[in-house]
Design a protein around this ligand. Structure first.
Ligand SMILES: Nc1ncnc2c1ncn2[C@@H]1O[C@H](COP(=O)(O)OP(=O)(O)OP(=O)(O)O)[C@@H](O)[C@H]1O
Length: 206
């Protein structure tokens, strides 16, 4: 498999078996600009693109567990959107990705699915290369991860920390300032930043 996203000049690029994407890159591209401005080495940059072949979530190489596929199916989705097809394989390879795609293109699930997958694998103690060994039973339905919302409308930083200590949290969602305060401010004494596995900066161009 070739997950290369090095763009040619308007040529289609093979990124995933039958999936070819034709880049539409221009010099104003936000994703490219963010990566360049911050000298992000080893980061995959996915700009607006469209696949020539639409893939399903269960395509070869996606490596999603049956539990994840069940969740996606229960939402009624069968085919990945182009941005999901372009980025989920990269996230599954633990790559750092900067992505730009039009509004409503399905970016949220593009990063939520790999996070969900990570949590499910942790619950089932699966390693990346052990995917073939999974045999889900009724008992192995994923445990819903505790989610903590930190926002100035909902709570104070001290309350965030109190809730974190009482309930725990696998996923923390908040505005950048509040997240920074939670991780590096008052929360510093109780939250181990080194244990942070995934950081998503949504709407990073705003
Ligand atoms: N594979 C799919 N098939 C059909 N609909 C989908 C799929 N994935 C996501 N959607 C739906 O498409 C809509 C837009 O998705 P989403 O909000 O993630 O877009 P977005 O790219 O994050 O937009 P924005 O830039 O405005 O945040 C949502 O209603 C979502 O549920």
């Amino acid at each position: 498999m070739d997950f290369s996203t090095k763009w040619g000049k308007g040529q289609s690029v093979k990124i995933f078996r039958k999936l070819y994407i034709r880049p539409i890159v221009d010099s104003r591209s936000t994703a490219k600009r963010i990566a360049n401005e911050h000298h992000l080495a080893n980061v995959d940059v996915c700009c607006v693109c469209r696949p020539l072949v639409v893939s399903s979530y269960s395509s070869d190489g996606m490596d999603l567990t049956l539990q994840s596929l069940d969740v996606i199916q229960s939402m009624g989705y069968t085919q990945m959107t182009p941005v999901q097809a372009s980025t989920i394989p990269l996230f599954m390879k633990h790559r750092d990705v900067v992505v730009e795609a039009v509004t409503g293109s399905g970016k949220t699930l593009a990063f939520v699915i790999p996070i969900l997958e990570r949590l499910i694998r942790r619950e089932t103690r699966l390693q990346h290369d052990e995917i073939g060994a999974i045999v889900p039973t009724e008992d192995s339905t994923p445990f819903p991860p505790p989610l903590l919302l930190v926002s100035s409308e909902q709570s104070s930083p001290a309350e965030d920390i109190k809730r974190f200590l009482s309930t725990g949290a696998e996923i923390v969602v908040g505005t950048p300032g509040r997240i920074e305060e939670f991780l590096l401010g008052k929360g510093r004494e109780v939250v181990n930043v080194k244990s942070l596995e995934v950081l998503v900066l949504d709407e990073a161009d705003r």
